[in-house]
Design a binder for this molecule. Sequence first.
Ligand code: KG4
Ligand code: ZN
Length: 368
Amino acid sequence: MAARLTLPSPLILGIETSCDETAAAVVGRGSDGGPVILSNVVLSQVEEHAAFGGVVPEIAARAHVEALDGIIRAALADAGVCVSDLSAVAATSGPGLVGALIVGAMTGKAIASAAGLPFVAVNHLEGHALTPRLTDAVAYPYLMLLASGGHTQILLVRGLGDYERWGTTIDDALGEAFDKTAKLLSLPHPGGPNVEKRASQGDPARFPLPRPMRGEKRLDFSFSGLKTAVRLAAEGAAPLGENDIADLCAGFQAAAADSVFDRVSRALSRFREEFPGLADPVLAVAGGVAANGAIRAALSRAGAKAGVRLVAPPLVLCTDNGAMIAHAGLERFEAGLLDPYEAPVRPRWPLDEEAAPLVGFGRRGAKA
Ligand code: KG4
Ligand code: ZN
């Protein structure tokens, strides 16, 4: 990278190892006041886990140990900076797989302590929640849908460290439901994109499937009943031909998108009521499911109906990455929110500590 006369300041190294991506990035505050991504290096472990049909915690931790030093070196080199240029080191400290978290947090603390730098223990969900500020300079407060393989949450982001969870899934996460549907129909991993591909050739109306939680007052999601309905429909149509699979995928995706539209529309009405005077109300999305065209279309429709702008960051910043951790670390560092080198990792770490945990709260492994 070309040499810069002045580096962004403060300048933060961010490390992410909470599940199956080993990631590091350098993010700083630019001279115009906006955040600047100097580098963002992500190594996916998808291949290591593919044979097991899910993330194996021990394999994840070992793969992080093997890859992390090189990923951090690459992030510093891509950014054209040395450790001595940094203002602080931030590392994901939860929620996630305990062994995987320890690798990233310990490495971050070791670099910080060797260089005499402050350490910031970042909540992975806060990394996702603040991403619209990294990509689109969105002002507080805004509403956020986080939809990944491990979480489906509607969050009110009031300010740094100030989150209200308005809804979550009472069983499966949305990405998990896509993955389970794929498995049921013998489609290859990764499930979500494959279901979407097949759905594009199918008839969404052929199999009548439920729209989970539609019309419910509470803002939670549920996808396990839909998954069961897909299984029963598949059993009823067996043996399945290519058209049957396409129709089942289209039916599932349409039902999931309708459910998201209903839940998010309800949340947006509450958001508009609670914050009537906002000049530029925003609904932001993060998580791998944000890649799905039907889900994005449902969110745009919900936003348009409520007079709220949809902010969907580029996919590399919607899925797990180091830049979101460095950026959350940057906001925390600027607010003086530093952590001791002894800060523990927290495999369970809700963003909204006040929200009551839901029974059966959908988590596959600990991916967020
Ligand atoms: O955020 P992410 O990369 O990792 C987690 O933190 O979970 O999200 C992965 C999830 C998987 O469940 C995957 O199937 C889903 O996002 N996904 C999709 C699509 N692309 C990824 N789901 C539906 N349609 C897609 N195109
Ligand atoms: Zn995540």
